[in-house]
Write a protein that binds this ligand. Structure first.
Ligand code: PDD
Length: 285
């Protein structure tokens, strides 16, 4: 079955789904995106993703490309046309097409919208979670506005590649103070030996993850002790457990950081429980 993408008002086969070479997303990474999990053909926590999309757009002074209700219809249609049961949907909005000039176009242009969706293997994802993943730490080298979910992801791309080349799955950025900020495409968490779940505050230095936000609600309801503060790689090495969160992985146990086993080197009980319980606390659209 060929995949279908939505591109600026049209549903097209992937191979014909093209954008203008003067799209500012292509030339300047002048745009933002969202990735949502799809379960049973439904979008997980869509309203929260849309709220963050609107915030990212407004921080960059890009207009919403269409009313929210229309965007939801488009996203559902892409999921339907690609027959995605379990997988992800990707939504990207760029400032639009204009002759190359760093400054914003003088005459406002229409923001460009691309939506794609694809199936993921549920079994494979569960297997990865059952084994846990490895993480490396790398120096933070991103711009300070990582709160904006921008498509400008070069440091993230390079960090992820470094992880892969070191036999790991994710890279955690460590800031100038020696504190972990977040992963190249996920938020970073540890569980202390006395059972407190720790992650950095979303106020600074990280993307306010939607999975992160739903998980904090889940932990309150499940009476899991939670501390919002930064931690060092050393504290992570000595932690009982570690995990990452992202829409594409939900709660993914981390069993190795910089080559050192975390806990006994297998996914921890708290991480496993939070992964199992997560969807009880998410919304489905
Ligand atoms: N990444 N931090 C970064 C830098 C991210 O890129 C992501 C998501 C997250 C987690 O956010 P959320 O829980 O809202 O997915 C944190 C997506 C999945 C991606 O780029 O593919």
């Amino acid at each position: 079955m060929s995949r279908i993408a939505y591109v600026n008002g049209q549903y097209r086969e992937m191979r014909d789904a093209t954008v203008n070479i003067e799209d500012r997303g292509y030339q300047f990474a002048d745009g933002v995106y969202e990735v949502c999990e799809v379960r049973n053909g439904q979008i997980v926590d869509f309203p929260k993703h849309m709220k963050r999309l609107q915030r990212s757009l407004s921080e960059l002074r890009i207009a919403m490309p269409m009313p929210l209700a229309s965007l939801q219809i488009v996203v559902h249609e892409v999921i339907r046309r690609n027959r995605v049961g379990y997988g992800i949907v990707y939504l990207q909005v760029t400032r639009g097409v204009s002759r190359r000039d760093h400054a914003f176009p003088i005459k406002p242009v229409k923001p460009a919208v691309v939506v794609t969706a694809r199936n993921l293997s549920f079994t494979k994802n569960q297997e990865t979670a059952a084994h846990g993943i490895g993480v490396i730490t790398v120096p933070e080298n991103r711009w300070p506005r990582v709160d904006i979910k921008s498509v400008s992801l070069l440091p993230n791309v390079l960090a992820k590649q470094q992880a892969r080349e070191n036999g790991a799955y994710e890279a955690w950025f460590v800031d100038a103070e020696g504190l972990v900020t977040e992963g190249s495409s996920s938020n970073a968490w540890i569980v202390t030996k006395d059972g407190r779940v720790v992650t950095r505050s979303a106020e600074q230095g990280i993307l306010a993850g939607i999975t992160r936000s739903v998980l904090t609600d889940a932990m309150a309801a499940l009476q899991v002790k939670f501390e919002e503060r930064p931690f060092t790689p050393q504290e992570a090495y000595e932690a009982a457990e570690a995990f990452v969160t992202a829409s594409s992985q939900i709660v993914m146990p981390v069993v190795r950081i910089d080559g050192r086993n975390i806990g006994n080197g297998t996914p921890g009980a708290v991480s496993k429980r939070l992964r199992e319980e997560f969807h009880r606390f998410s919304s489905f659209s």
